[in-house]
Design a binder for this molecule. Sequence first.
Ligand code: ZN
Length: 206
Amino acid sequence: MLDCKNLEMHPFISYKNFFRRFLFLIWACLLLLYPYGIAQGETSAEDTAWQSIETKHTVIYYQTMEDLKKFNKKVVYYSARRGLKSLFSTSSDNLTDKLKKKVDALFKRVQEILDMRKRMNRVIINIYHDKKQLRAAYYEIFKKKCSFRGWYLYERNTIYINVDDLNEGMLAHEMAHSIIDHYFAIRPPKATAEILARYVDKHLLD
Ligand SMILES: [Zn+2]
């Protein structure tokens, strides 16, 4: 059982609202204690069947093939090292193979930008259908309403995203939180981690 005081989450929000929301979160956490009991990759709002794909650096949880296709379409990233060949050779790969290569290439790019190349446990990526389902997942964990587009939760090393509202920058940003939080012996302050994660999504394609 964990209570909110022990949860470290990194929402994807505008920088302007970051400190305001952070203070609100602290305030909310100080007021509330609640159980933290849902299993990984589940929401109680719907009886959903989760499937997973394991890549070198991540484990992707998804519910339907449609969601996975959408995820592949929304996350646009081609590794510079694989060059033009990767742009045109993907027809021979199936969706899962394409996705694995892309997500791992993105993870490696984030490590490269941060210069934090340590071996790390796989980060979990939970893909939700839509805003409603993402918000339900947030409510299950934090027992309050959410307006975040996505977030990273350190205690589960998990990224929570809505496939309807996603791009490669957002995913890279949340991956950065996982990498930053696991690179140092002592995790950096939340504001420092946020500045670094924002640097990553801004310079992803440099
Ligand atoms: Zn962040």
